[in-house]
Design a protein around this ligand. Structure first.
Ligand SMILES: [Cu+2]
Length: 340
């Protein structure tokens, strides 16, 4: 009898202890941590018909990473990647955003989300010291694809070091389903050493002010989207690319060699334009690009300001596998085989 009483007491105390440790669940409004996407992956579609309260947690970290073969750079990041995590919410949502700054950071950081209406896009309230955390709550009033970036002085330095990412505010009903969604973001980098100079490279304020980058890349490094990092699809599939530009300075002439964009939500507009070849993506801007891949090939993502692609790194590959067909045929070759 006594033993049973003790046993029952244990079972009663355990849930009480858990509530004390983690706080009582708020049954009035269910909250959920937003799933985040690690580039080149996006966060999954929400499949929600109603707005909700969502919690987004991002940590800023300063981290030495590869910029190119043999070239390292001390990146400042959201979530240890460049670009930072892909955030996905729905129009009408209330978003509680926690910005943590790693204890190991040497600098304060913050976040200005272009999806936020209000002072500094959240930057005024999120200036966060190393080891600290700030929290804002905001209403997602407008649907679309938006850039977020650090806005702590010196702002150009923080952005040039890699502090940017994309947040997608899904419209009511979302977008039509596709086979693949990918997350690509361009950025320009200003190293003291010239392009290709080996070793750990320091940031050059002079080159940034002159807007003369040594590197222009997709997803934070030369080759991030080639080789094992190439985006993949099969013939006949539909692909949606969320393409952002962190800058800080270069406007992207985004193009996929060998494909035509079936749809582009230019600068993230709500209405799509059809059958485009190249779309301009300004620093601090983004577009949604959709294409159906009709024939197998290694399609090449570029900034069509082509020096940046060929000599500064702005190249990615969309590798499409499948049976060859007669959409493009070689009839007679010219004895040279170096075209793209
Ligand atoms: Cu920062």
């Amino acid at each position: 009898m006594k033993r049973n009483f003790r046993k029952n007491l244990t079972w009663l105390c355990l849930p009480m202890a858990l509530v004390m440790l983690w706080g009582a669940p708020n049954l009035a409004q269910a909250e959920a941590d937003a799933a985040l996407g690690t580039p080149p992956n996006v966060a999954p579609s929400l499949n929600r018909n109603e707005p909700a309260k969502v919690v987004v947690r991002i940590e800023t970290k300063e981290k030495k990473m590869r910029l190119a073969d043999g070239v390292e750079y001390n990146f400042w990041t959201f979530g240890e990647t460049v670009p930072g995590p892909f955030v996905r919410v729905r129009v009408g949502d209330t978003v509680e955003l926690h910005l943590k700054n790693s204890i190991d950071s040497k600098n304060s950081h913050s976040i200005d989300l272009h999806a936020v209406t209000g002072q500094g896009g959240g930057a005024a309230a999120t200036q966060t010291l190393p080891g600290g955390e700030t929290v804002i709550e905001w209403k997602a009033l407008n649907p679309g694809i938006f850039v977020y970036h650090c806005a702590t002085s010196d702002i150009p330095t923080h952005i040039a070091n890699g502090m940017y990412g994309l947040i997608y505010v899904e419209p009511e009903g979302g977008l039509p389903p596709v086979d693949h969604e990918y997350y690509v973001m361009q950025g320009d980098f200003y190293t003291k050493g010239k392009n290709g100079e080996k070793g750990l490279q320091a940031f050059s304020v002079e080159k940034a002010n002159d807007e003369k980058p040594e590197y222009v890349v997709f997803n934070g490094s030369v080759g991030a989207l080639t080789g094992p990092g190439a985006l993949k699809a099969k013939v006949g599939e539909t692909i949606r690319l969320f393409v952002g530009n962190g800058g800080p300075n270069m406007t992207s002439a985004f193009h996929v060699i060998g494909e035509i964009f079936d749809k582009v939500y230019i600068e993230g507009a709500s209405e799509a334009s059809r059958n485009l070849q190249t779309t301009l993506i300004p620093p601090g801007g983004a577009a949604i690009v959709e294409l159906k891949v009709d024939t197998p090939a290694k399609y090449i993502l570029v900034d069509h300001a082509i020096t940046r692609a060929i000599h500064k790194g702005a190249v990615g590959i969309l590798e499409v596998s499948g049976e060859p067909n007669d959409i493009l045929k070689s009839i007679k070759k010219g004895g040279m085989d170096s075209g793209h």
